[in-house]
Design a protein. Structure first.
Ligand SMILES: Cc1ncc(COP(=O)(O)O)c(C=O)c1O
Lengths: 262, 394
């Protein structure tokens, strides 16, 4: 996915959506609509009750999904339908504890069987990642590791040395949520990673508008847009309205991640 | 076997570690170096000891509870953390972390609070040291610990209500951690117990172990100062218990008993007994015993006592449990309230509901404890709980 995008002089667009909103039945349709609008792949959220990296919007989505019975298995079932109907890469995002509870190996098996290709765990720093990476690699799957604006050189070395599928580059110091201004961190962070490795860089956290996405796409291989997508679903009165909103937003974002030829 | 400090990865055996968002990891590393450095520095110790002696009121006394002893047929002593400034052991930790915050050059402090004691102790340390202070507190706790909310405001702290989840301590910790993810460059998080990612559990234990160290010299086995045979402490996050237990852990002559909240009864599912009835998982950055469902979702705890109403516990307690260095028991809301009244009437001491749990276990087990020298860690005073108790009888 990243290689193709690089050859096309663009970054990939990976919208995030919590599995099971607005309800478990309609969830897949939203992903399909985003695929049709030009998303390159998806980050599918498995809801967690105590998400330390998330702001109020994604927390609310998680609470709604949990209340309507979206367990890890239900979320993976939705992810598998997304993968088969769109034919695009799907990455699962959640927190460490549901994975530990299921068993790390079992979790990766199930993710693999669902046709998803990677995993992001928001509270898994490189220091604790070894047993998770081992299970991912054994199945030919990817685990993302993080780099934040606060990450120092020594930690960045460790992240790159662990050879993750991609580096999730945290664009803002803070939890997920929309920001007014484009991140001032993306260029610096990208070049600090690039100095050390050719690993794909995917920016997320705070990227809310096509303008933000364009700036991140200039220096990164991928862009994740979360809260701006989830908010549109929470605000919509009907699934149809949500679908229309997402199509429009994703179209604009997909155009934005294509770098202008100079 | 007890460990002087966790390993390089911040583990006490299988427990602890740092499961935190990457954004926080450099600050946690920085905190570990700052603490290690300060803890090896005589100047820091001198500053801290001076404040503990002149501001906090340490050493806190050990009191021989004679009427209670006669009633129960045991030799009961109270380690009087309720007499520490602000009314609980929490101040031992906040003054020390406040000094460390100054040393790190951070102008702002955040904290979480359940019973409000840690919030008050943090607000106090911040007023003392000239630091800006914001305290996250669950909405339910704001209601049941109104006195402490007002105290925090008097001390110049901002109290930020947390409405997520059940509006209790777990939610306040999560909200504080979310704030910290955004503010980490200018802010230190003074966590209120031996919980959280490394180095917090270790550092807070080091700051609280003064309780047990004092007790060792106060009840040293000399005439009139019998050495403890059983030490009992309440366990919420576990800081007062760790503080009094740690210097004794592994001592074959002393039984250590931590008392968790059984709430409405263990079988009701409404309790806070993470060690007694939980299972290992990751909560608030550490691997530890916790209350969770089959899917790894954190469960809400329940206790009449806001300070014990927490679905996790410090990782070193999890280690102590598995190493069998400490026994963990639990008592119900009702048992705690009964013990609360008994101490008021027999000794003229209004205990915190948290501490009342430990006393309730002693009362329940008094036959088995017959003639033993028992120390109750009276972790705090109960002024904050008077309103809540009064409301029960309205
Ligand atoms: C008086 C008192 N005792 C005990 C606790 C429980 O905390 P920990 O287990 O960390 O001592 C609290 C917490 O608020 C408290 O205020």
């Amino acid at each position: 996915m990243f290689a193709t995008a690089r050859s096309e002089n663009r970054a990939v667009l990976l919208p995030y959506l919590t599995a099971g909103i607005p309800n478990p039945r309609d969830s897949v349709e939203l992903f399909v609509a985003m695929s049709d609008a030009g998303a390159d792949g998806f980050e599918v959220g498995i809801p967690y009750a105590d998400p330390l990296m998330d702001g109020p919007i994604i927390m609310e989505a998680g609470e709604q999904a949990l209340a309507s019975g979206v367990t890890v298995d239900v979320a993976l079932d939705i992810a598998s339908q997304v993968a088969s109907r769109t034919g695009k890469p799907v990455v699962m995002m959640t927190y460490v504890n549901p994975v530990l509870r299921m068993g790390v190996g079992t979790f990766f098996d199930k993710v693999n069987n669902a046709g998803a290709c990677g995993v992001i765990l928001a509270d898994l720093p490189v220091d604790e990642a070894a047993p998770f990476l081992a299970e991912a690699v054994q199945r030919g799957m990817g685990l993302a590791l993080f780099a934040a604006p606060t990450t120092d050189a020594a930690r960045l070395e460790a992240v790159v040395a662990a050879d993750p599928a991609f580096v999730y580059a945290i664009a803002e110091v803070g939890v997920t949520g929309e920001r007014e201004k484009a991140s001032a961190n993306v260029e610096g962070l990208a070049s600090r990673i690039r100095d050390r490795s050719d690993v794909p860089i995917v920016f997320g956290v705070g990227i809310s508008t096509p303008d933000h996405a364009a700036k991140a796409a200039k220096v990164g291989d991928g862009v994740i847009v979360g809260t701006a997508i989830v908010r549109r679903v929470l605000e919509a009165d009907t699934t149809r309205a949500a679908t229309a909103e997402l199509s429009k937003a994703v179209k604009e974002l997909a155009a934005a991640v294509r770098r202008p030829s100079t | 076997m007890k460990l002087n400090r966790p390993d390089q990865a911040g583990r006490f055996g299988a427990f602890g570690g740092s499961f935190a968002p990457e954004t926080l990891m450099p600050a946690l590393g920085g905190l570990e170096s700052a603490f290690t450095d300060a803890w090896a520095d005589d100047t820091f110790h001198a500053q801290l000891e001076h404040l503990l002696a002149t501001f906090v009121g340490r050493p806190t006394p050990v009191y021989h509870a004679e009427r209670m002893s006669r009633r129960l047929g045991i030799d009961l002593w109270l380690k009087r953390e309720d007499l520490a400034h602000t009314g609980a052991h929490k101040i031992n930790n906040t003054v020390a972390q406040g000094l460390l915050t100054k040393r790190m050059g951070k102008p702002r402090v955040i904290a979480e609070t359940g019973a409000g004691q840690h919030g008050v102790a943090t607000a106090t340390a911040c007023a003392l040291l000239g630091l800006e202070c914001a305290v996250y507190m669950g909405e339910k706790d704001i209601e049941r610990q109104a006195l402490n909310v007002y105290r925090m405001r008097l001390l110049g702290a901002e109290v930020i209500p947390v409405s997520t989840g059940a509006g209790t301590l777990k939610d306040a910790v999560s909200a504080a951690l979310r704030d910290w993810v955004a503010s980490v460059e200018t802010t230190h998080y003074i966590i209120g117990s031996v919980v959280g990612p490394h180095p917090f559990p270790w550092m807070v234990r080091e700051f609280q172990k003064v309780i047990g160290e004092e007790l060792r010299t106060q009840l040293d086995g000399s005439p009139g100062h019998p050495a403890p045979q059983t030490i009992v402490a309440p366990v919420g996050g576990g800081s007062n218990a760790m503080g009094v237990f740690y210097p004794y852990a592994g001592d074959p002559d002393v039984d250590l008993v931590g008392v968790e909240a059984a709430g409405l009864g263990i079988s009701s599912g409404k309790h806070g007994a993470s060690l007694g009835h939980g299972s290992p998982g990751v909560l608030h950055g550490a691997m530890t015993y916790m209350l969770q469902d089959d899917f790894g979702q954190v469960l809400e705890a329940h206790s009449i006592s806001a300070g014990l109403d927490y679905p996790g516990v410090g990782p070193e307690h999890s280690y102590f449990k598995d190493e069998e260095l400490v026994r963990y028991e639990s008592v119900t809301d009702d048992e705690a309230v009964e013990a609360f009244h008994l101490l008021c009437r027999l000794e003229g001491i209004i205990p915190a509901l948290e501490s009342s749990h430990a006393l309730a276990w002693i009362i329940r087990e008094s036959v088995a404890l017959q003639d033993r020298t028992v120390v109750l860690n009276l972790s705090g005073r109960g002024d904050k709980d008077v309103q809540q108790i009064a409301a029960m009888y309205d």
